[in-house]
Design a protein. Structure first.
Length: 214
């Protein structure tokens, strides 16, 4: 497939899968049109890179459906001067979208192979505002806290209040919550010691991995 064909597929993805479902943030839409999703999927799935569904990336993990990436990014309300913490680098695709929107992104991944692969792609695309860490995302990255925004790209069993300690006042966190009983994408906004939560939609994510890096 040629570069021009990928560009057309990406434009169609944005219009038919994302704009059509109500995403309106111009900066998010611009980022989704720009970032080459086909570079973040395994070679055997390149022809499906712009389809309306998640795809496997190995190690039991997935790259999220394009609409979900856009919807989570829009819900964060990322501004150009923001510092963003991402829990779950995965393929690196969501990381790239965040890097287009924010001043700096700190991304934590527990699976070393995925982190390494994502870093290679993101370096190839010349992103210079991303920092990577291999570790347990449940702990976050306290050394560089506080963050303006936090995004979690795997399902937490319960709302991760511990992570919100690394948010600035008024900061936002977007996280899928729940396991076998169903999952909901939750937007949390920090107000003092409270986090006001609002469910955004039902979702299906792989579970957030705990423990030592592997």
């Amino acid at each position: 497939m040629t570069l021009d064909e990928f560009v057309l597929k990406r434009a169609r993805m944005v219009e038919e899968q994302i704009v059509a479902r109500g995403v309106r943030d111009k900066r998010v839409l611009e980022a989704m049109r720009k970032v080459p999703r086909h570079l973040f999927v395994p070679e055997g799935f390149v022809h499906q890179a712009y389809d309306d569904n998640p795809l496997p990336i190995g190690q039991g993990q997935t790259i999220s459906q394009p609409y979900i990436v856009a919807a989570m990014s829009e819900a964060l309300h990322v501004e150009k001067n923001h510092r963003v913490l991402e829990i779950g680098t995965g393929s690196g695709y969501q990381t790239a979208i965040l890097a287009e929107l924010a001043q700096m992104v700190w991304s934590v991944e527990i699976i070393e192979e995925l982190s390494s692969r994502a870093r290679q792609v993101l370096n190839r695309l010349d992103y210079r505002n991303i920092r990577f860490r291999i570790g347990d995302g449940n702990i976050g990255w306290p050394e560089f806290a506080p963050y303006d925004r936090i995004i979690v790209t795997a399902a937490a069993e319960n709302f991760p209040y511990k992570l919100t300690e690394q948010l600035v006042e008024g900061g936002r966190i977007v996280v899928p919550v729940g396991y076998s009983g169903g999952q909901a994408l939750i937007l949390g906004v920090k107000h003092g010691k409270r986090v006001v939560q609002r469910p955004l939609m039902d979702v299906v994510f792989v579970p957030l991995v705990r423990g030592k890096p592997k």
